[in-house]
Design a protein around this ligand. Structure first.
Ligand code: SF4
Ligand code: SF4
Length: 348
């Protein structure tokens, strides 16, 4: 498919979908609503906020109390009535993040809001053939995807994309694009292989997952946690930008007139001082180093235990946006070196 035809596909899809894609905003990119396909920047590095905002809004009303009538409206937000969403240009690491969130919100305890939004969404993935500034996807095996997309585009020579269809939704989307998609030719297959060879050569490896669980089993008392606890400002930025951090808080917010209240859920993070604060008062993680350590253990050791994969896609957002310069990749690598010997990272 020619790159210019992708924009025509997006234009046509706007009749049916709310379309979101990467758009440059000052020094970064955001997934923004698209009213003009020319705004989409398919050469973007990374977005500041991840895609989780489309499936778990940062604030959502779950229930409303009417204190005058003493009634409760606990009907769920009507997600199904929302227009279908089309997300364009989703990198492989972010597709992996959604596959992880599926395990959390669609697993043992199903979150109907999340699941309805997932079903209502079509994804056009974008294969990164060049590295982004802070990412380390190849280190955590999220640079490739086999599922989780409806269409997947690999940039190839000649200003074109090599298109993989991943689902019936993708097939359906292509009916809009009937005349926009050319037949795959021998030349196209060759160009695809050239792009992939380039990708595998260009993506760096800064960490290996070998022995990562043993590393964390042994590193519980490592002095690194005290050091990082002193450096960390507990601002929570790392968790808010993280595509797989999903913790939230539920609170009842009274109207100023005291006539009613909303029960809302809002993004939260274990980095906040009051996250583990209970009556007493007692704080299970009152110390900053305990909170930071908890985040690392939950994402790596805990997620491996619960879901068989770590909750880090190597997107690099937390590294880019941490004001204290704390890097999950460097911390994991330092601990691996110390506790299980240095894994070989050169050349992947
Ligand atoms: S972004 Fe950095 S300073 Fe802020 S909570 Fe996370 S690790 Fe701490
Ligand atoms: S921990 Fe950092 S690098 Fe890993 S997925 Fe979250 S934001 Fe991305």
């Amino acid at each position: 498919m020619k790159r210019s035809n992708l924009l025509k596909l997006v234009q046509a899809a706007m009749d049916e979908y709310d379309v979101y894609g990467p758009v440059q905003r000052r020094t970064t990119w955001v997934f923004d609503k698209i009213d003009d396909p020319n705004r989409i920047d398919m050469d973007y590095d990374n977005t500041m906020m991840s895609l989780k905002k489309f499936f778990i809004p940062s604030k959502e009303v779950m229930m409303r109390f009417n204190l005058r009538e003493m009634s409760i409206d606990d009907s769920l937000p009507d997600v199904k009535a929302e227009r279908p969403q089309l997300l364009v240009g989703v990198h492989a690491c972010d597709i992996h993040a959604l596959l992880f969130l599926d395990k959390v919100f669609g697993g043992k305890y199903v979150d109907p809001y999340y699941v309805a939004r997932r079903e209502n969404t079509t994804i056009i993935g974008l294969n990164c053939i060049d590295p982004c500034k802070y990412g380390f996807c190849k280190s955590v095996n999220t640079h490739m995807v086999n599922e989780g997309y409806d269409l997947y585009l690999t940039p190839i020579a000649g200003d074109k994309y090599y298109v993989h269809v991943g689902s019936p939704k993708g097939d359906r989307l292509l009916t809009i694009a009937d005349k926009l998609l050319g037949e795959a030719t021998d030349e196209g297959h060759k160009a695809f292989k050239t792009s992939m060879k380039h990708k595998h050569k260009s993506l760096p490896v800064g960490l290996h997952l070998d022995n990562i669980n043993e590393t964390f089993d042994m590193a519980w008392d490592d002095p690194i946690w005290v050091r990082l606890g002193e450096e960390c400002m507990n601002c929570g930025s790392c968790a808010l930008v993280c595509p797989t951090c999903y913790c939230y808080d539920v609170a009842d917010e009274l109207d100023l007139s005291l006539s009613g209240a909303d029960r809302t859920r809002k993004w939260s993070t274990c980095l906040y001082h009051d996250f583990a604060l209970v009556a007493g008062p007692h704080n299970f993680r009152g110390d900053p180093s305990a909170r930071l350590k908890h985040r690392f253990y939950h994402k790596i050791r805990g997620a491996l235990h619960d879901h068989g994969i770590i909750a880090c896609t190597g997107c690099g957002r937390c590294i880019e946006h941490c004001p204290a310069g704390i890097s999950v990749k460097d911390v994991a690598y330092e601990l691996q070196k110390r506790w299980v010997g240095a894994p070989v990272v050169k050349g992947g």
